[in-house]
Write a protein that binds this ligand. Structure first.
Ligand SMILES: Cc1ncc(COP(=O)(O)O)c(C=O)c1O
Length: 429
């Protein structure tokens, strides 16, 4: 067994030590145990740079955007549009107006299903998804198919929980109107070859929606290089504020999308006796008062990550994932699922023989370690792995290999508890 405290391994994870002080929430202890936060796939903690950006915006520039004709309104509008430009550059979109601010990935997928989906999918058509989708990239398409009489085609994963690109290619055909795929699995951390999948779909002229929720904190996403038609992610999973997110869409697809919600901010003009004239995207898709401070905070998060550097973040993820697989996977009774070390992306899922994931979660919590257990909002995928769910460790820039040693030490003392003995088949989100 490799010693996770060995100088070589420890020094390779020094990003965690270097940035930890940027995150005030991590200064806490529970019952004398320093907080070890490993539930980052659910949401990441926020660096001081993001907290300062939020306070700074509210203290100096708060106003409504795109409406007022006074200096604060101009300052707020500028801050909002500058934030859009920061996101545009971060994901290498061609134009800022390809970036629509939304409350998160779930909202983006529902918006797409209700607008683009409704406009392109009819009875007898097919919509293709993978077997590893989060409910947020499954249910909007499933509901769209139920409502239109289209068929939802689910490309099942292999025994390792990975997607075989040739199975995806086999699912393409003349009836397919769109495909929705996740970039990175939120359960196993498996990375899909999205560029290859997009190329395959485009050969059939099928547009592709990518769920980037778990990719965006771990790799420098380049939507142009991927040639994604739509790419959606949540800001709160990439160190930004809660209820922020982005729907990226190629300009020609986005501009004429029917508005999802209608109201203030979406129109050029409204007359009682004339058809409503809508403005183009992105404003046409951002009805009502947007989360301006959220956008400013999200831009600050991207600036923060750019300063750290994406190659350091990738190396850090590799160190943590490999350490988790080796050290935690070495604990008797622990089985790591899938093959997270193949292309590390910040997630390692495991099961502990004979112990319900919620008992594992509770035991780790008593040791100051926050993780997630259950089906991770991917019920149908987890059905193919373990009937009651998995224990998921998910990493961020502030985690260290030393924290993984604490996890492995705690796992050595876990015992069957209430869930194992009284609710062995109960499973949770
Ligand atoms: C892969 C994936 N897609 C979608 C979502 C939904 O994100 P949100 O709840 O921020 O809308 C999540 C959240 O865990 C996710 O992991």
């Amino acid at each position: 067994m490799t010693n996770v405290m060995s100088p070589g391994r420890g020094s390779r994870s020094s990003l965690g030590q270097r940035v930890r002080a940027d995150f005030p929430i991590l200064e806490q202890s529970f019952d004398g145990n320093p907080l070890v936060y490993l539930d980052n796939a659910a949401t990441t903690q926020k660096p001081r740079a993001v907290l300062d950006a939020l306070v700074g915006y509210y203290a100096r520039a708060n106003s409504n955007v795109g409406r007022g004709y006074h200096r604060l309104a101009f300052a707020a509008t500028d801050a909002y549009e500058e934030s859009r430009a920061v996101v545009q550059r971060a994901i290498n979109a061609e134009h800022p107006d390809e970036v629509v601010f939304v409350p998160g990935t779930t909202a983006a997928m529902n918006m797409l299903a209700d607008t683009f989906g409704r406009a392109t999918v009819s009875e007898g058509d097919q919509v293709v998804v993978t077997g590893m989708e989060h409910n947020s990239n499954l249910l909007p398409w499933r509901r769209l198919c139920e409502a239109t009489g289209a068929e939802l085609v689910v490309v099942q994963t292999d025994e390792q929980g990975a997607l075989n690109p040739s199975r995806f290619a086999d699912a393409m055909g003349p009836r397919v109107r769109l495909a929705a795929v996740t970039h990175v699995s939120n359960v196993l951390g498996t990375v899909n070859p999205v560029r290859e999948l997009i190329d395959t779909a485009h050969r059939w002229e099928v547009p592709v929606v990518v769920d980037g929720a778990q990719a965006i904190p771990h790799r420098q996403v380049d939507v142009r290089d991927l040639n994604a038609d739509f790419y959606c992610f949540s800001g709160h999973k990439v160190y930004g504020p809660m209820s922020t997110g982005v729907l990226y869409g190629k300009r020609d697809l986005l501009t004429d999308l029917p508005p999802w919600q209608v109201g203030g901010g979406t129109v050029k003009d409204v007359r009682a006796d004339e058809p409503v004239r809508y403005v183009p995207a992105p404003a046409r898709l951002e009805a009502g008062t947007p989360n301006v401070a959220g956008a400013v905070g999200l831009a600050a998060a991207f600036d923060y990550l750019t300063e750290i550097g994406w190659s350091d973040i990738r190396r850090h993820d590799e160190t943590l994932v490999r350490a988790a697989v080796e050290e935690v996977g070495d604990v008797p009774g622990v089985r790591v699922l899938g093959n997270p070390a193949a292309d590390p992306s910040g997630i390692v899922s495991l099961v502990v023989d004979g112990i319900h994931p919620y008992d594992v979660c509770g035991h780790l919590d008593h040791n100051g370690i926050a993780i997630r257990a259950g089906v991770h909002c991917a019920n149908t995928f987890v059905d193919t792995l373990d009937p009651v769910g998995t224990v998921r460790l998910s990493f961020a820039v502030y985690n260290t290999v030393e924290e993984l040693e604490l996890v492995s030490r705690a796992l050595r003392t876990v015992e069957p508890g209430l869930w194992t003995t009284e609710h062995p088949t109960e499973r949770f989100l």
